[in-house]
Design a protein around this ligand. Structure first.
Ligand code: PGA
Length: 254
């Protein structure tokens, strides 16, 4: 049985005081409930160490993730953070292949593959994002495109490596737009992705792989999306910036 994972992608939002307040409130929420899901937040990297220490002090099980890492081990790459560095400040997860990175930073499958490798070498769980644009959805190419995003990257991993990866299906047309995939659309794509994992790695690994849905998940649609048999959690942007909304999504996990 896969345990759900509710992950908050804060993107480049919240200054230090706002972030500390939100995280402290979230810890309070999470420690006062018997949450049925694993919970993680992906704040701006500058906050990771402090969040990690606060979570440890308060005995919170909230995981901390980074939003990006370098494809290199270290060296003369100004502005970059190595996987070993984010690990050393307390990140246990890292996003890879978010559509905003693919689009604004032109990250190719080759670069994403390298990032995944660096993360796995450093015992950080990659949360690998995939999903089609509106054009691809409307032309009926959504499965083809998503397959290609996986084929050229995490499907190159061996079984042991792949077992440590979380997949996030995020249709680009649903990210930050308020337009959510219907529960049926989400379930179809998640089942499709799990089918691909099964043909590549077999039934046991496919059954154990967590596939999160991302794209305008909010309290009003979370329960229906999270009730789909192949939806194993959510990667939440906008609604993760308010403790009430994020908490309601955590509570929507049955
Ligand atoms: P959203 O973002 O929930 O604001 O649509 C999701 C994401 O980008 O991961």
């Amino acid at each position: 049985m896969r345990k759900k994972l509710i992950a908050g992608n804060w993107k480049m939002n919240l200054d230090w005081n706002e972030a500390m307040t939100l995280f402290a409130n979230l810890i309070q929420f999470e420690t006062s409930k018997q949450s049925k899901a694993d919970v993680a937040v992906f704040p701006p990297s500058a906050y990771i160490r402090h969040f990690y220490e606060l979570a440890s002090d308060r005995k919170s099980s909230i995981g901390i993730g980074a939003q990006d890492c370098s494809e290199y081990n270290g060296g003369a790459y100004t502005g970059e953070l190595a996987a070993s560095m984010i690990k050393s400040v307390g990140a246990s997860y890292c996003l890879v292949g978010h559509s905003e990175r693919r689009e604004y930073h032109h990250e190719s499958n080759d670069v994403l593959s390298e990032k995944v490798e660096r993360l796995l070498e450093n015992d950080v769980i990659p949360v690998f994002c995939c999903g089609e644009s509106l054009d691809h959805r409307e032309s009926g190419n959504h499965t083809f495109v998503t397959d290609n995003q996986l084929d050229g990257t995490i499907f190159e991993l061996n079984e042991e490596q792949f077992s440590n990866v979380v997949i996030a299906y995020e249709p680009v047309w649903a990210i930050g737009t308020g337009k959510t995939a219907s529960p049926d659309q989400a379930q179809d794509m998640h089942a499709f992705i799990r089918g691909l994992v099964q043909s590549k790695y077999g039934a046991t690994i496919a059954n154990n792989t967590r596939i999160l849905y991302g794209g305008s998940m909010k309290p009003s649609n979370a329960h229906e999306l999270l009730s789909q048999p192949d939806v194993d959690g959510g990667l939440i942007g906008g609604a993760s910036l308010k403790v009430d909304d994020f908490g309601a999504i955590i509570n929507a996990c049955s």
